[in-house]
Ligand binder design. Structure first.
Ligand SMILES: [Zn+2]
Length: 115
């Protein structure tokens, strides 16, 4: 993983990574600038590392903390990222649904401790 800016990382496999403050996790999209090739979805990135625009919207689903309990639906995060602003759409399952916030800086990662 290579640092592109305070906000973006390049990830092996032609992926662009950023921190999502709604999910408190990394999201990744494949972009042609990073060498992503079909098959699989590829996003358009304007190449801006400080205030990126990605197209189309990014939809991420994953199992939440309650996965497997009472048929809990997957967590859902659906965003438009335009000029460094993250628009969380109303169908997000996290608390930031409906809000538009600046793309956050990549957080300092805790050093992985030895097992
Ligand atoms: Zn998210």
């Amino acid at each position: 993983m290579a640092r592109l800016s305070a906000k973006l990382r390049s990830i092996e496999g032609g992926r662009l990574g950023y921190w999502c403050q709604g999910c408190e996790s990394i999201h990744e999209v494949r972009v042609s600038q990073m060498g992503a090739v079909p098959p699989g979805p590829i996003w358009t990135w304007d190449g801006n590392v400080d205030a990126p625009t990605l197209s189309p919207s990014v939809l991420v689903t994953y199992s939440g903390k309650d996965a497997g309990e009472d048929d809990a639906p997957p967590e859902r995060c659906h965003t438009f990222i335009r000029a460094g602003m993250v628009q969380f759409l109303g169908d997000c399952t996290h608390a930031l649904a409906g809000q538009t916030l600046p793309l956050p800086d990549w957080p300092a990662m805790k050093r992985r401790s030895a097992p």
